[in-house]
Design a protein around this ligand. Structure first.
Ligand code: CP
Ligand code: NVA
Length: 322
């Protein structure tokens, strides 16, 4: 006979939260369950099987910033799951004329089954989550890009067959959405992460200290320095991102992080079978050289494809009535 604890665990939904705003909100087992679901859905998709798990469901997608991958992968993902997605550009809805985020959240909750939002301040998406009665998914804020990092973790898992115990080096802007979500994703899954960034561009101290403590508790490591060679030495995974994220373009001139460029000289220090990831879009010749991003260690297009599969898993879990 099953114990009450076992029964309770079995009954527990894969995600405890209504919304998906950061990876910090998940525990390691929830993250692995999401990745398992993504593996299952990817297999089905590759076999040409598209089960209508979300028949009749509609996802609203508010974009305050540009997007290729996020927009298309969420829209196609909803269609493959039997539902629909509506693209809502800020300029085209009343949000652009000053209607509040709170009112927008309340109104859209009456029409659609979930909201995906790409915006600036993380507080904006927190307002949506608070005011909406439907699940809210973070499609990128200035501070976090959690669906991208889910895709990164799936890609790493596919290439390396595991997550815990690997060494991940991140180079460049440490105070951006990708670095913050990578910190949370790495620590939650037991990956050892080293960050090399210029002084003044370190990760948010609150996120860094919280996750460093969590890493110590789970036996993994999280470090940050200004030394790119030290970061990349013996790395299994090398990741970078643009030097100036969306909204920071005015600072492009002062963000010349050449010492942190991912190039052949630097990557000689990584493990022979290292993989290179970049969320894209990339600037060849800036944060990464063309021979690396277009070379044999690069898995950036598998990484981009995996946005579709992990987001389908997330949508299925958050929006289905099962
Ligand atoms: N990686 C990513 O989020 O790409 P888009 O900006 O094209 O959505
Ligand atoms: N850090 C980048 C990621 C783009 C997908 C940005 O915010 O512009």
């Amino acid at each position: 006979m099953k114990s009450a604890v076992t029964k309770a665990k079995e009954a527990r939904p894969v995600l405890q939260q209504k919304d998906f705003l950061t990876l910090h909100a998940l525990d390691g087992s929830e993250m692995m369950a999401l990745l398992d679901e993504a593996v299952k859905l990817k297999k089905e998709t590759k076999a040409g099987v598209h089960k209508p798990y979300l028949q009749g469901k509609v996802l609203g997608m508010i974009f305050e910033k540009a997007s290729t991958r996020t927009r298309v992968s969420f829209e196609v993902g909803m269609q493959q799951l039997g539902g629909n997605a509506i693209f809502l550009s800020k300029q085209d809805i009343q949000l652009g004329r000053g209607e509040s985020n709170a009112d927008t959240a309340k109104v859209l909750s009456r029409y659609v089954d979930g909201l995906m939002i790409r915006t600036f301040g993380h507080d904006i998406i927190e307002t949506y989550a608070k005011e909406a009665t439907i699940p809210v998914i973070n499609g990128l804020t200035d501070m976090h890009h959690p669906t991208q990092v889910l895709a990164d973790l799936l890609t790493i898992y596919e290439y390396k067959g595991k997550l815990a115990g690997l060494k991940l080096a991140y180079l460049g802007d440490g105070h951006n959405n990708m670095c913050h979500s990578l910190i949370e994703g790495a620590v939650k899954t037991g990956i050892d992460m080293t960050i090399a960034c210029p002084a003044g561009y370190e990760p948010d101290d609150g996120i860094y200290q919280t996750m460093k403590q969590e890493a110590e508790e789970n036996g993994s490591t999280l470090t940050c320095s200004e030394n790119p060679i030290e970061a990349v030495t013996n790395a299994d995974i090398v990741i970078t991102d643009v030097w100036a994220s969306m909204g920071k373009e005015a600072e492009s001139e002062e963000r010349h992080f050449h010492e942190f460029q991912v190039n052949q000289t630097l990557c000689q220090h990584a493990n022979e079978d290292y993989i290179f990831l970049h969320c894209l879009p990339a600037h060849r010749g800036e944060e990464v050289t063309a021979d690396i991003i277009d070379g044999p260690h690069s898995v950036v297009f598998d990484e981009a494809e995996n946005r579709l599969h992990v987001q389908k898993a997330l949508l299925k879990i958050l929006l289905s009535n099962e």
